[in-house]
Design a protein around this ligand. Structure first.
Ligand SMILES: NC(=O)c1ccc[n+]([C@@H]2O[C@H](COP(=O)([O-])OP(=O)(O)OC[C@H]3O[C@@H](n4cnc5c(N)ncnc54)[C@H](O)[C@@H]3O)[C@@H](O)[C@H]2O)c1
Length: 353
């Protein structure tokens, strides 16, 4: 895709936010802090919410996106409505020549996500997906360390995203919570899993799993496990990468130590390695190593502000974005495979590419 650079522009980037429920106000606050941006309008279908937003933020609101799409002064639309409406709203914005940042999950089906990528390519507009953890400094540092040669081979990944609620009615816990972990696993592995298996339970509402256990099997043999739940009273949000030489824990609930590196691992010993002193049969082929625990410093900064900065900067510079439509479509492909496995008694399901 070729995007025209707008680096010389002196006027602000004019944005419309579509949908401002629970998450929208976070976006509004970050946008109001960015001098390069003018939040031209908030489109919200709930009249009471419109009134509250207008008096709180002093931004004009409306119920209909269409007039803003026809306004040539609007550069871009941020879609933060429930997932079922993402594809239609984002398509409308792209076909009117607007750049789009759409919240995760990008669309309700993989086909819709692929169509959105095609619309963006045809319109030569930026299509970015709000996978906010890709802009989290602790996660970025974790990824950098996983890519460093001294990490050794990555053996497996697991993630837990547990809390009591908030319970969504439109999507299940996989699409709501596990979408974050799928995005991080894909960013780490830089490839799609070949197959997925999943099991889950519907405790609150029929047909909407509130607890999910998913396994992602990557081409090189790495396995990624995700436990997502709306029913756990203890809030846990972590992503763990276990390697031959180190383990890295990204604990999003910890302010003091969001990243911990355990320099523990094992060495494989050749059967004829005369220098190896082993005491038990279990240690004969593998020698365990207990190293130090390191808490690396991580830069402060709001991930959502960094995500929005990426969108606005790319729009001005005419460059591609991190977390683009292609990446978002891959996340949706994995979520769809999780759905199929859930519906088919945890059968291993191939991931569409
Ligand atoms: N990145 C994150 O960490 C994160 C966190 C929370 C939510 N989200 C995502 O943000 C999106 C919104 O989530 P939420 O929790 O704010 O949902 P929500 O239901 O609280 O809010 C959605 C809002 O959109 C409005 N709306 C619905 N259809 C509309 C339309 N056609 N035009 C204008 N407004 C419309 C609703 O009235 C509501 O106020 C979801 O896709 C969700 O997955 C992302």
């Amino acid at each position: 895709m070729t995007l025209a650079s707008d680096a010389s522009r002196s006027d602000p980037v004019r944005l419309v936010l579509c949908g401002a429920g629970h998450w929208g106000p976070n976006i509004i606050r970050a946008l109001l802090d960015d001098r390069r941006v003018r939040l031209a309008a908030i489109v919200e279908t709930d009249p009471a919410r419109r009134q509250a937003l207008e008096s709180r933020y002093g931004v004009c609101t409306s119920a209909d996106l269409e007039p803003h799409l026809r306004d040539p002064a609007i550069d871009a639309v941020i879609v933060s409505t429930p997932a079922a409406s993402h594809a239609s709203l984002a398509t409308a914005a792209l076909t009117h020549g607007k750049h789009v940042l759409v919240e995760k999950p990008m669309a309700a089906t993989h086909r819709e996500a692929e169509d959105l990528c095609r619309h963006a390519a045809r319109a030569q507009r930026i299509l970015m997906v709000g996978h906010v953890f890709l802009f989290n400094n602790a996660f970025r540092e974790m990824k950098r360390r996983l890519e460093a040669t001294d990490f050794g081979r990555l053996l497996y990944l697991y993630a837990r995203r547990l809390n009591l609620g908030p319970v969504r009615a439109d999507v299940h816990a996989g699409w709501d919570l596990a979408s974050h972990d799928v995005s991080m696993f894909l960013a780490i592995k830089k490839t799609l899993p070949v197959t997925v298996t999943a099991s889950g339970q519907c405790m609150i509402r029929n047909g909407i799993p509130d607890v999910i256990f998913a396994n992602l099997f990557f081409p090189d043999g790495t396995c990624g496990h995700i436990h997502a739940s709306w029913l756990d009273p203890q809030k846990i949000r972590d992503v763990v990468a276990v390697g031959e030489r180190r383990m890295i824990v990204f604990d999003d609930m910890s302010l003091q130590a969001p990243l911990r590196v355990y320099n523990h691992g094992f060495d494989r010993l050749a059967a004829d390695d005369a220098t190896a002193i082993v005491d038990t049969f279990g240690e004969f082929r593998v020698q365990l190593k207990q190293g130090e625990l390191v808490v690396p410093p991580t830069a402060t900064g709001q991930p959502l502000a960094a995500e929005l900065d990426e969108f606005v900067s790319a729009l001005i510079a005419g460059r591609p974005v991190e977390s683009d439509g292609r990446f978002g479509a891959d996340v949706v492909a994995v979520l769809e495979a999780i759905d199929r496995s859930l519906a088919e008694d945890s059968r291993a399901v191939a991931v569409a590419s």
